[in-house]
Design a protein around this ligand. Sequence first.
Ligand SMILES: O=c1nc[nH]c2c1ncn2[C@H]1C[C@H](O)[C@@H](COP(=O)(O)OP(=O)(O)OP(=O)(O)O)O1
Ligand SMILES: [Mg+2]
Length: 194
Amino acid sequence: MTQRLILASNNAGKLKEFAQLLAPIGFELHPQGEFDVPEAEEPFGTFVENALAKARHAARLTGLPALADDSGVCIDAFKGAPGVLSARFAGEPKSDARNNEKMVRELAAHADKSAYYYCVLVYVRHADDPQPVIADGVWRGCMIDMPRGAGGFGYDPYFLVPALGKTAAELAPSEKNALSHRGQALRALVEKLK
Ligand SMILES: O=c1nc[nH]c2c1ncn2[C@H]1C[C@H](O)[C@@H](COP(=O)(O)OP(=O)(O)OP(=O)(O)O)O1
Ligand SMILES: [Mg+2]
């Protein structure tokens, strides 16, 4: 049976990845924008708190189960920044282009380019679900200073996967999903829902 699920995100890149990841396992995914759910506040200092806030917000406004993703890139030389603030690294309104430009500019002074993507997913059956299902994933790589590739979103053109010699934006969508923080988190979440 297919189950309707709200994706508590307005990020088109995430939506594409989730649609591909969830299609084979019988979820009918609806982005919250379809239900006119506005962006939730993300005021917290941890990924999991922000993801829970987003999932509850979407579930409350739609009356349906909701899945939220809070994610970011954590750069070692920046002591884990931008991390939970990745989307707004260069301020408001959020802009991938300005975030990447700031990242490249500030990382130029550092020899260590290592970084990882982190993703936490929170699934709630309803807004007051006392047992949210939570899973996370980590994807290690390093940042480069010239963009490569046209796939993915966000920091992907600058996120090099050393074992492949390719950026995340140079991977096919299925390759990215097989390796990424989001793909790992989703597979772990699905195991917990079984
Ligand atoms: O696979 C990824 N490839 C590239 N960049 C990525 C990825 N995963 C997270 N990121 C970056 C994008 C954004 O700068 C931040 C997420 O911020 P985050 O608040 O979780 O998402 P968002 O505001 O874009 O959409 P929403 O909150 O509606 O889900 O990390
Ligand atoms: Mg956000």
